[in-house]
Ligand binder design. Sequence first.
Ligand SMILES: Nc1ncnc2c1ncn2[C@@H]1O[C@H](COP(=O)(O)OP(=O)(O)OP(=O)(O)O)[C@@H](O)[C@H]1O
Ligand SMILES: [Mg+2]
Length: 259
Amino acid sequence: MIKAITILPGLDKGGERERFDQLNLKAGETVSIVGPTGSGKTAFISDIELLAQGDTSTRRRILINGELPGDEIRYNPASKPIAMITQNTKCFTDLSTEEFLQLHARARKIEDGRIITDTIDLANKFTGEKIRKETRVTVLSGGQTRSLLIADAILIGAAPVIMLDEIENAGIFKQEVVEIIKSTSKIIIFVTHDPVIALLTKKRIIMENGAVIKVLTQNEFETRAAKNLLELDKRVGIIREKLRAGQEITSEILQASLA
Ligand SMILES: Nc1ncnc2c1ncn2[C@@H]1O[C@H](COP(=O)(O)OP(=O)(O)OP(=O)(O)O)[C@@H](O)[C@H]1O
Ligand SMILES: [Mg+2]
């Protein structure tokens, strides 16, 4: 069981040591990672995914529950506690969605067959284009693939650590994803350029030049601002879905979404 992840400082792009002693992420905590393009956000979560031990370009080291991770969890995919879903994640296997999930459930020794439909149902909460169990995973769209993998990470992988790299651009219902995974007692990390997602987390890590330069805890004003922003974003979402469905925006639709 993962109760905490510790990140030990590495070097920025210029080779200077990062200015924090250690960074602890605890189970149940959601964290966002923000910073300009190229500032090292993806590199940061990749370090966690790889359970880096000074052997990546950043030289960071990762501890699990305060200890060095053993080889079993570093190298055996079936005991890997960390799920990372990026914009480019794709499934390369000639299986139907159902077979793909069954294979994973079997590897995780899950007997109850209901987990397959539960996972597809959950994935379908995240995507507008419904996934069917017969669909081959190779023909799923980008948004469907990511929805399926997020649902799979939550239910079948039961990964205690889930990291999502820029899901806002993934064509999925990000608020549903955030709400559902926040209700689990996992460590959740969102790399994001989206203010709504950044403000949905209590902790925010700021990156620059390959280094963590700040760790902020959300202040009260931000917590209130986040509520308003969320409302606004839901309204924009209504319009987005109408546009995606090929509708024209009329004054009635605009009024209704702003009401
Ligand atoms: N501390 C570091 N030392 C050396 N190289 C680094 C460091 N951090 C990141 N890099 C390298 O810099 C490049 C950009 O980093 P990365 O892809 O993580 O940026 P990003 O913040 O995710 O950008 P984007 O917002 O565009 O996705 C990568 O090639 C990465 O390996
Ligand atoms: Mg990136």
